[in-house]
Design a binder for this molecule. Structure first.
Ligand code: PMV
Length: 339
């Protein structure tokens, strides 16, 4: 039996669109930050020859996709034995917190440890993205770039986690599953949104700014580019037919609170993926203040605190993780379990 643990990631330049044609290639280059503490664990065990694979999620997740992935991964990695696979996460699953990224990165890492050969890092990143595109970025720690292409260098580390100890606060506004999975949302945006091409073009400009801002540890430049990249991704999605609206009312309230903090002189910047949660970047010295402000927004269930995290790791034991540090939202707003 083997366990692997991998972290979620937040996209600073978003992946929102696949290139037409085979190979599940992204239409543009994305950049992410791997998030310490928001983790998934994959437990993989061999089953007796002749039995079927057994897969499961705890808390429950999409079993059919997981099962397809295990079949594909076994074939690619040359694993002859049937497998027993369990995925766990210590944060809300399928709610726009990239739990599928950490889940498939953890699973790919665990399967690689059982494989008879020594699969290359590029091969593993290419495999992970068959589970969830963004999972390939969780195969590395720190600031990670994923560009179109299956070759070496498609997924690269721009900077390790210790390069820039930013704080990342996640305002959880809704613990339910997302309405339209990102895969479907991307296809719909490409097929029907008149803003799709403009979104891809704008993303290319953001990429240049974000890469330079990471190199220079320039938070105002990174934050401005990250925020507008997120808003433009959602603008393209809103232009789809039927429209894709991933935000809740509280999502908008949190975005306004971040702008209010900036007016008060606190450099904090938000981003939102394909769900209602808001992730906020700030300096560690401002994290307490930002966390209090976000937790005070009506409708916020809790605020999780994170920072740049590392690459996946394996071991014989279940992960001894704590739930991420969380401060509860305003009293009376707790609608249900968020993790
Ligand atoms: O990894 P997927 O297929 O769930 O897509 C991720 C989509 C976004 O989170 C919205 C953007 C990104 O780059 O992570």
């Amino acid at each position: 039996m083997i366990w692997a643990v991998a972290h979620s990631n937040v996209a600073l330049v978003k992946y929102w669109g696949r290139a037409p044609g085979p190979g599940h290639q992204p239409a543009g280059t994305s950049v992410s930050l791997t998030l310490d503490g928001l983790a998934s664990g994959a437990r993989v065990e061999e089953r007796p020859a002749g039995s079927a694979d057994r897969v499961g999620w705890d808390p429950p997740g999409p079993v059919a996709e997981l099962s397809r992935f295990v079949t594909l991964a076994r074939a690619r990695l040359g694993i002859g034995h049937p497998l027993d696979v369990l995925i766990t996460s210590n944060f809300p699953v399928a709610a726009g917190l990239a739990s599928s990224a950490s889940a498939y990165a953890a699973l790919t890492t665990a399967l690689a440890a059982l494989a008879p050969g020594r699969p290359s890092a590029d091969g593993l990143a290419a495999l992970a993205r068959q589970g969830s595109g963004s999972a390939c970025r969780s195969m590395l720690g720190g600031f990670v770039q994923w560009r179109p292409g299956a070759d070496a260098g498609a997924v690269t580390q721009l900077a390790p986690p210790e390069h820039w100890p930013l704080a990342v606060l996640v305002a959880v506004t809704d613990a339910g599953p997302k309405r339209v999975p990102s895969r479907e949302g991307m296809l719909r945006t490409r097929a029907t949104s008149p803003f799709y091409e403009a979104w891809l073009t704008a993303g290319g400009v953001d990429l240049t700014v974000v890469r330079e801002a990471v190199r220079a540890r320039d938070l105002p430049a990174l934050g401005a580019a990250t925020e507008r990249n997120a808003l433009r991704m959602h603008a393209a999605a809103l232009g789809a037919e039927p429209p894709l609206l991933y935000w809740e009312a509280t999502t908008v309230s949190v975005m306004r609170e971040v702008w209010r903090l900036r007016e008060d002189g606190v450099p904090a910047f938000f981003t939102v993926d394909a769900g209602p949660q808001v992730k906020v970047l700030c300096e560690p010295a401002d994290a307490d203040r930002v966390e209090r402000a976000l937790a005070g927004v009506p409708g916020v269930l809790r605020v999780l605190r994170s920072r740049p995290g590392g690459a996946p790791r394996t071991g014989p034991e279940p992960p001894s993780w704590a739930a991420p540090h969380a401060s509860p939202g305003p009293p009376g707003d707790e609608k249900g379990p968020a993790a």
